[in-house]
Design a protein around this ligand. Sequence first.
Ligand SMILES: Nc1ncnc2c1ncn2[C@@H]1O[C@H](COP(=O)(O)OP(=O)(O)OP(=O)(O)O)[C@@H](O)[C@H]1O
Ligand SMILES: [Mg+2]
Length: 166
Amino acid sequence: MTAPLLEVQELKKHFPAARGVVRAVDGISFAIAPGETLGLVGESGCGKTTTGRLVVRLIEPTSGTVRLDGADLFTLDRAGLRAARRSCQFIFQDPFGSLNPRMTVADIIAEPLEIAGTPTEARRQRVHELLEVVGLTPAHAARHPHEFSGGQRQRIGIARALALRP
Ligand SMILES: Nc1ncnc2c1ncn2[C@@H]1O[C@H](COP(=O)(O)OP(=O)(O)OP(=O)(O)O)[C@@H](O)[C@H]1O
Ligand SMILES: [Mg+2]
């Protein structure tokens, strides 16, 4: 058996609440092998999104571990965390709240590439390629998020997440 690419053990996230705590995630464990896909299914509010946010370290856990390619995500040094951030991308649940309304689609998708230091012309080409990958067209690049349907906006978020080939 191949070593897991992602390994989650006894992960917990408890949020403080008016009375006591909300046990949003309370001891989840799973492993994902390279090339494997995991779907997490459950009723609304059962902790799926919180699990996802923990796994990319958008939030810190109450306890438990996440190992990405063998390295403990919560004790990585700056350089290690930077590399991990490139290799794991998050597609936000709400495509209306997660795209900056003032930015063009091209700028939204190109932002991770810009941060990674990709030159202008290579960025432009990659944005067009990504638009096609998600079923949009390069003609959409100059438009703003409000000009798209919810499903199209979600695909803009997917294109952005794929930009750095996570
Ligand atoms: N930042 C937060 N502060 C306090 N409680 C939170 C926070 N984020 C999530 N919760 C609570 O944690 C629980 C799990 O929320 P989560 O968003 O992970 O659910 P979900 O499984 O993704 O639900 P859905 O299917 O509706 O998207 C819920 O009870 C929610 O109210
Ligand atoms: Mg959710």
